[in-house]
Design a protein around this ligand. Structure first.
Ligand SMILES: O=P(O)(O)OC[C@H]1O[C@H](OP(=O)(O)OP(=O)(O)O)[C@H](O)[C@@H]1O
Ligand SMILES: Nc1ncnc2[nH]cnc12
Length: 189
Protein backbone atom coordinates (compact mmCIF):
# COMPACT_ATOMS: atom_id res chain seq x y z
CA UNK A 1 0.00 0.00 0.00
CA UNK A 2 1.34 3.43 -0.98
CA UNK A 3 1.50 5.93 1.84
CA UNK A 4 0.44 9.49 1.10
CA UNK A 5 1.08 13.00 2.39
CA UNK A 6 -2.09 14.43 3.96
CA UNK A 7 -0.86 17.90 5.00
CA UNK A 8 1.63 19.04 2.32
CA UNK A 9 1.30 22.73 3.27
CA UNK A 10 2.87 21.99 6.66
CA UNK A 11 6.19 21.00 5.02
CA UNK A 12 8.92 22.69 2.99
CA UNK A 13 8.75 21.59 -0.67
CA UNK A 14 9.85 18.00 -1.16
CA UNK A 15 10.45 17.33 2.52
CA UNK A 16 7.16 15.56 3.25
CA UNK A 17 7.86 12.88 0.64
CA UNK A 18 11.43 12.58 1.85
CA UNK A 19 10.14 11.93 5.39
CA UNK A 20 7.39 9.59 4.24
CA UNK A 21 9.72 7.33 2.28
CA UNK A 22 11.47 6.48 5.58
CA UNK A 23 8.32 4.85 7.05
CA UNK A 24 8.68 1.07 6.69
CA UNK A 25 5.73 -1.32 6.34
CA UNK A 26 6.43 -4.66 8.08
CA UNK A 27 4.01 -7.50 7.28
CA UNK A 28 2.75 -9.77 10.08
CA UNK A 29 4.14 -7.79 13.02
CA UNK A 30 3.55 -8.02 15.94
CA UNK A 31 1.01 -10.72 14.99
CA UNK A 32 -0.03 -12.40 11.73
CA UNK A 33 -2.31 -10.24 9.59
CA UNK A 34 -1.14 -6.87 10.93
CA UNK A 35 0.98 -4.65 8.70
CA UNK A 36 3.09 -2.69 11.15
CA UNK A 37 4.01 0.85 10.10
CA UNK A 38 7.47 1.44 11.53
CA UNK A 39 8.19 5.16 11.92
CA UNK A 40 11.51 4.69 13.74
CA UNK A 41 13.66 5.08 10.56
CA UNK A 42 12.00 8.47 10.00
CA UNK A 43 12.65 9.54 13.61
CA UNK A 44 16.26 8.33 13.33
CA UNK A 45 16.88 10.84 10.52
CA UNK A 46 17.73 14.30 11.86
CA UNK A 47 16.13 16.17 8.98
CA UNK A 48 13.05 13.95 9.08
CA UNK A 49 12.56 14.39 12.82
CA UNK A 50 13.00 18.15 12.47
CA UNK A 51 10.53 18.34 9.58
CA UNK A 52 7.75 16.36 11.26
CA UNK A 53 8.08 18.27 14.54
CA UNK A 54 7.91 21.56 12.59
CA UNK A 55 4.83 20.27 10.76
CA UNK A 56 3.19 19.39 14.08
CA UNK A 57 4.03 22.88 15.37
CA UNK A 58 2.33 24.51 12.36
CA UNK A 59 -0.70 22.26 12.83
CA UNK A 60 -0.80 23.24 16.52
CA UNK A 61 -0.85 26.93 15.61
CA UNK A 62 -4.18 26.34 13.84
CA UNK A 63 -5.75 25.43 17.23
CA UNK A 64 -4.89 28.74 18.88
CA UNK A 65 -3.38 28.67 22.37
CA UNK A 66 -1.99 25.33 23.57
CA UNK A 67 -1.12 25.06 27.27
CA UNK A 68 0.12 21.48 27.40
CA UNK A 69 1.06 18.60 25.10
CA UNK A 70 0.24 15.04 26.13
CA UNK A 71 1.60 11.90 24.47
CA UNK A 72 0.82 8.22 24.85
CA UNK A 73 3.38 5.59 25.83
CA UNK A 74 5.61 4.83 24.15
CA UNK A 75 5.80 6.31 20.68
CA UNK A 76 3.71 9.37 21.55
CA UNK A 77 6.57 10.41 23.83
CA UNK A 78 8.97 10.53 20.88
CA UNK A 79 6.92 13.21 19.13
CA UNK A 80 5.06 14.88 21.99
CA UNK A 81 8.11 15.89 24.03
CA UNK A 82 10.01 17.59 21.16
CA UNK A 83 6.78 19.28 20.08
CA UNK A 84 6.19 20.63 23.60
CA UNK A 85 9.74 22.00 23.63
CA UNK A 86 9.13 23.63 20.25
CA UNK A 87 5.81 25.16 21.42
CA UNK A 88 7.21 26.25 24.78
CA UNK A 89 4.72 24.15 26.76
CA UNK A 90 5.10 21.32 29.24
CA UNK A 91 4.65 17.67 28.31
CA UNK A 92 2.59 15.10 30.23
CA UNK A 93 3.06 11.36 29.59
CA UNK A 94 0.04 9.08 29.52
CA UNK A 95 1.48 5.74 30.60
CA UNK A 96 0.51 2.09 30.41
CA UNK A 97 -0.94 0.72 33.67
CA UNK A 98 1.30 0.36 36.69
CA UNK A 99 4.12 2.69 35.63
CA UNK A 100 3.08 5.96 37.26
CA UNK A 101 3.09 6.42 41.03
CA UNK A 102 -0.34 6.93 42.66
CA UNK A 103 -2.66 8.70 42.67
CA UNK A 104 -3.64 8.16 39.02
CA UNK A 105 -6.69 8.12 36.78
CA UNK A 106 -7.00 5.23 34.31
CA UNK A 107 -8.97 4.16 31.23
CA UNK A 108 -8.98 0.71 29.56
CA UNK A 109 -9.12 0.33 25.78
CA UNK A 110 -8.75 -2.15 22.89
CA UNK A 111 -5.89 -2.15 20.36
CA UNK A 112 -5.43 -3.57 16.85
CA UNK A 113 -3.38 -6.31 18.51
CA UNK A 114 -4.57 -6.56 22.13
CA UNK A 115 -5.88 -4.45 24.98
CA UNK A 116 -4.28 -1.98 27.35
CA UNK A 117 -4.87 0.54 30.10
CA UNK A 118 -3.65 4.14 30.01
CA UNK A 119 -3.00 6.23 33.12
CA UNK A 120 -2.26 9.83 34.03
CA UNK A 121 -1.10 11.37 37.26
CA UNK A 122 -4.10 12.89 39.05
CA UNK A 123 -2.45 16.27 39.37
CA UNK A 124 -0.53 16.30 36.08
CA UNK A 125 -3.12 18.08 33.91
CA UNK A 126 -4.64 21.27 35.35
CA UNK A 127 -8.41 21.76 35.03
CA UNK A 128 -9.17 24.22 32.25
CA UNK A 129 -5.91 23.59 30.36
CA UNK A 130 -6.00 23.60 26.54
CA UNK A 131 -4.38 20.28 25.71
CA UNK A 132 -2.95 18.92 22.46
CA UNK A 133 -2.85 15.10 22.22
CA UNK A 134 -0.04 13.66 20.06
CA UNK A 135 0.79 10.12 18.92
CA UNK A 136 2.60 8.41 16.06
CA UNK A 137 -0.17 6.20 14.63
CA UNK A 138 -3.98 6.41 14.47
CA UNK A 139 -5.18 2.82 13.95
CA UNK A 140 -8.47 1.76 15.62
CA UNK A 141 -8.53 5.01 17.60
CA UNK A 142 -8.82 3.19 20.95
CA UNK A 143 -5.64 4.73 22.36
CA UNK A 144 -6.51 8.26 21.27
CA UNK A 145 -10.08 7.95 22.53
CA UNK A 146 -8.76 6.79 25.92
CA UNK A 147 -6.24 9.66 25.97
CA UNK A 148 -8.97 12.24 25.30
CA UNK A 149 -11.15 10.69 28.01
CA UNK A 150 -8.32 10.98 30.54
CA UNK A 151 -7.64 14.61 29.63
CA UNK A 152 -11.33 15.44 29.98
CA UNK A 153 -11.62 13.54 33.30
CA UNK A 154 -9.03 16.03 34.55
CA UNK A 155 -11.36 18.89 33.61
CA UNK A 156 -9.09 19.99 30.75
CA UNK A 157 -10.03 20.61 27.10
CA UNK A 158 -8.67 18.68 24.10
CA UNK A 159 -7.97 21.33 21.42
CA UNK A 160 -6.56 18.86 18.90
CA UNK A 161 -5.45 15.28 18.32
CA UNK A 162 -2.46 14.98 15.99
CA UNK A 163 -0.81 11.94 14.41
CA UNK A 164 2.14 11.24 12.20
CA UNK A 165 0.31 8.47 10.32
CA UNK A 166 -3.33 7.40 9.98
CA UNK A 167 -4.30 3.88 8.86
CA UNK A 168 -7.62 4.50 7.10
CA UNK A 169 -8.87 0.92 6.96
CA UNK A 170 -9.07 0.78 10.77
CA UNK A 171 -11.36 3.85 10.84
CA UNK A 172 -9.93 5.31 14.05
CA UNK A 173 -11.16 8.78 13.08
CA UNK A 174 -14.77 7.69 13.66
CA UNK A 175 -13.93 7.29 17.38
CA UNK A 176 -12.69 10.88 17.44
CA UNK A 177 -15.72 12.45 15.76
CA UNK A 178 -16.34 16.02 16.83
CA UNK A 179 -12.64 16.52 17.57
CA UNK A 180 -10.05 18.43 15.56
CA UNK A 181 -7.84 15.66 14.12
CA UNK A 182 -4.74 16.08 11.91
CA UNK A 183 -2.65 13.31 10.37
CA UNK A 184 0.51 14.33 8.53
CA UNK A 185 0.57 11.09 6.50
CA UNK A 186 -1.96 8.40 5.68
CA UNK A 187 -2.29 4.79 4.58
CA UNK A 188 -5.32 4.76 2.24
CA UNK A 189 -7.77 1.87 2.58
O1 LIG B 1 -5.39 3.54 17.29
P1 LIG B 1 -5.03 2.34 18.11
O2 LIG B 1 -5.60 1.07 17.58
O3 LIG B 1 -5.30 2.53 19.55
O4 LIG B 1 -3.44 2.12 17.93
C1 LIG B 1 -2.51 3.15 17.97
C2 LIG B 1 -1.57 2.98 19.11
O5 LIG B 1 -0.85 1.75 18.97
C3 LIG B 1 0.54 2.00 19.08
O6 LIG B 1 0.98 1.93 20.40
P2 LIG B 1 1.13 0.56 21.19
O7 LIG B 1 -0.03 0.41 22.11
O8 LIG B 1 1.42 -0.54 20.24
O9 LIG B 1 2.34 0.84 22.14
P3 LIG B 1 3.86 1.31 21.94
O10 LIG B 1 3.83 2.75 21.51
O11 LIG B 1 4.39 1.15 23.30
O12 LIG B 1 4.50 0.42 20.91
C4 LIG B 1 0.69 3.42 18.57
O13 LIG B 1 1.90 4.01 19.01
C5 LIG B 1 -0.53 4.09 19.11
O14 LIG B 1 -0.36 4.57 20.44
N1 LIG C 1 -0.39 -1.24 12.15
C1 LIG C 1 0.25 -0.50 13.06
N2 LIG C 1 1.48 -0.03 12.81
C2 LIG C 1 2.12 0.72 13.74
N3 LIG C 1 1.59 1.05 14.91
C3 LIG C 1 0.36 0.60 15.18
N4 LIG C 1 -0.44 0.78 16.25
C4 LIG C 1 -1.58 0.10 16.04
N5 LIG C 1 -1.57 -0.48 14.85
C5 LIG C 1 -0.36 -0.18 14.28
Amino acid sequence: MTLEVREPELFEPGRAHEALRRVRAVPDHPVAGVTFQDVTPLLADGQGLHDVVEAFALAAARRGEVDLVVGMEARGFLLGAPLALRLGTGFVPLRKAGKLPPPTRSVSYELEYGSAELEVGRKSIPAGARVLVVDDVLATGGTAEAACALVEQCGARVVGVDFLLEIDVLAGRTRLSGRSVTSLFGVPA
